[in-house]
Design a binder for this molecule. Sequence first.
Ligand SMILES: *Cc1c(COP(=O)(O)O)cnc(C)c1O
Length: 227
Amino acid sequence: MPLQEIQARIEKAELAAGRAAGSVKLIAVSKVQPNDRVQAVLDQGHRVFGENRVQEAAEKWPDFKAQFDNVSVHLIGPLQTNKARQAMGLFDAIHSVDRPKLAKTLARLAQEQGQCPDLFIQVNTGEEDQKAGVLPTDTDDFVQQCRSLDLPVVGLMCIPPVDEEPSLHFALLAKIAARNGLDDLSMGMSSDFESAIALGATHIRVGSAIFGARVQHQKQTDSAENP
Ligand SMILES: *Cc1c(COP(=O)(O)O)cnc(C)c1O
């Protein structure tokens, strides 16, 4: 689907929700997409992208950033602590802060470097064993812990279970964010971003609807399961 069509659908959902046109940030999820497809979206003027692997982003984005101004790249996949330093150099935002050990590592690096990407805490709203994220009941404490480490936490992120109504998860995430005074909500993907916008998403992560189906990759399972 052309980028313009996605943008039109976003604007329609923004207005339907009584929100200002242009208030939702579209993160174009370029993971596993061939470079020519990514380049085509850059050529159309889009500048905000999402990747779920540090290594893949490191191979792809420095070249594009040299060619195009004002590109920002968000990490939307799991982050191992031993890749945290590299991630801080590559990404403008990290949506997958999900455990104390990672928070402490990011805090140490942020102190050392005097800067830190915007951080989202990932919440496992469906309480799925295979999925990353803090449990809803642990989120308030974890937000506090991140704040006491002086981390720039801007919001929460979730990936709803594939077989459940996503709006229930979006509403839960919005509720947890509100009671913690967090403004940003990273929620909504190709199949459900309109419902996420209706429930307050500030950042939507849309891949296949923009770029087409992901081309399979040997080491990559094609899913938003995380990890
Ligand atoms: C791949 C991925 C997306 C995009 O999924 P689409 O269904 O292609 O829009 C969004 N969020 C996360 C965390 C992902 O891994």
